[in-house]
Design a protein around this ligand. Structure first.
Ligand SMILES: Cc1ncc(COP(=O)(O)O)c(C=O)c1O
Length: 454
């Protein structure tokens, strides 16, 4: 590994430091630079008003123990919990987890405590579909559960027979993503939930993909017992990649007492409300999983986003996300292989089948066309997966430009496969050996006159 040059930051003139940081920021790519169809990650546009609200001095200078004078902040948390209950069809919410994976871990701790109290000590196994996001089995392992994988069927649903064979009196929970990571709504979801319940286990929703169904379907109505939401994917906040984000967990009534403390309580106080931190469930709770009450800026942005859009706006947002994904899937299916030929939700997955080059080559080449590459090689059940999520804020013109570029690359992969050996050409970092780059990252100081693309 290359040794990093040590810089005494105090001796660097401010002007030089600003130039350096500005140049570094230009070497990056974000949703404000252009199309960022990173499937599963939901690179959602974060309305500017949310940033403004999250940076109000009244919030940023608030001390977390200032309960008496933080009525507004407590009110916002209380209201967000109410909004999320309404959206999910659940009964209670904790805003404490700071990421989706963190929410999964909390949920599994809740499940553990629930079964310990029921004296069902033999329940040690968590079921996870083979299409699941990697954080699902990782969270189950961190929670000291055994993990069993459940296969998907040929339509991208949970394979019912495989599920039956894995379910037993040792099952704690089945972690289901709905819509799943193929961008598909499981056609047998009610049957899946019924089967898991009849084995005495809980059904957990990885609700990271809720941005496809907000205002349209409520997980609580489908029968899920608990769910985590990625506030940073569904209700704005730039995606944190494991944090800092918001991984709120919503539960049905019978699991409420296990939520982390303190909870937020609202009491009538003459003609107004009084908000308080409530520690009364400290005994029954799984404990604390985050300092104080969660990642407050993400909570603020989610609250502002929901207030801004309202019921109708939230529903329309989901519908447009789904429309955008289906439009793009239809255009790309002219040439690309789509393994599951069904209407998708907010994202869809192409495969490498029929391409003249590898998936990785397309991901490199698309950068020179002016787009961030899609997620690749995930979900792992699709050969050479190319996973595309266009989000709801992209225009038809952007989707068309992206579709044309992808279709052009498909043709080029057959006409001139050698072209792909040299891409990307126009990027700050050229073609690297991805395995080596992972193991031996090169940290090099950028020259201030170096541009993103040359
Ligand atoms: C389906 C799914 N589950 C879980 C997660 C984990 O969320 P986080 O990155 O916030 O930990 C993600 C992340 O995008 C996801 O797409």
């Amino acid at each position: 590994m290359q040794k990093r040059e040590k810089i005494d930051i105090e001796k660097v003139p401010e002007r030089e430091l600003v130039k350096e940081l500005y140049t570094a920021s230009k070497a990056n790519w974000g949703v404000d630079d252009g199309f960022y169809p990173l499937g599963s990650c939901t690179m959602k546009y974060n309305p500017r008003i949310n940033e403004k609200i999250a940076s109000f001095r009244e919030f940023t200078f608030l001390h977390p123990l200032y309960e008496e004078f933080a009525q507004g902040a407590l009110q916002i948390m209380f209201e967000l919990e109410e909004f999320l209950c309404k959206i999910t069809g659940m009964d209670a919410v904790s805003l404490h987890p700071a990421a989706g994976a963190h929410g999964e871990l909390l949920a599994l701790q809740i499940a553990k405590k629930y079964f310990i109290e029921k004296k069902e000590f033999q329940r040690k196994c968590v079921l996870v579909p083979d299409s699941a996001h990697g954080t699902n089995p990782a969270s189950a392992s961190m929670g000291k559960f055994q993990v069993k994988e459940v296969k998907s069927d040929t339509r991208g649903n949970v394979d019912i027979e495989d599920l039956k064979s894995k379910l037993g009196d040792d099952t704690v929970a089945f972690m289901v993503t709905y819509p799943n990571t193929l961008g598909l709504a499981d056609e047998n979801i009610e049957k899946v939930i019924e089967l898991v319940h009849s084995a005495g286990a809980l059904v957990y929703l990885d609700g990271a993909n809720l941005n496809a169904i907000v205002g349209l379907v409520r997980p609580g109505d489908l029968g899920f017992d608990f769910v985590h939401l990625n506030l940073h994917k569904t209700f704005s906040t730039p995606h944190g990649g494991g944090g800092p984000g918001g991984g709120a967990v919503a539960v049905k009534k019978f699991l409420e007492k296990y939520l982390p403390y303190p909870r937020i309580e609202r009491k009538h106080n003459e003609n107004s409300f009084l908000y308080r931190l409530d520690f009364s469930n400290a005994e029954s709770s799984v404990g604390k999983i985050e300092s104080f009450y969660g990642n407050f800026p993400a909570i603020l942005r989610a609250w502002a986003y929901i207030k801004l859009l309202g019921d109708e706006g939230l529903r329309k947002t989901s519908q447009i996300a789904v429309l955008n994904a289906n439009y793009l899937a239809k255009r790309l299916s002219e040439k690309y292989h789509i393994p599951y030929k069904r209407k998708c939700k907010h994202e869809f997955v192409l495969s490498e089948v029929g391409l003249g080059v590898k998936t990785e080559d397309i991901a490199k080449a698309i950068q020179d066309e002016g787009f961030h590459p899609p997620t690749i090689y995930f979900p792992i059940i699709v050969r050479g997966a190319i996973m595309i999520e266009p989000t709801e804020t992209e225009t038809k013109e952007t989707l068309d430009r992206f579709a044309s570029a992808m279709l052009k690359l498909f043709d080029l992969s057959h006409q001139n496969p050698e072209y792909f050996e040299r891409v990307p050409q126009k990027q700050f970092v050229k073609r690297v050996d991805i395995v080596k780059a992972n193991r031996e990252p090169i940290y090099r100081k950028m020259k201030s006159n170096q541009k993103k693309a040359d």
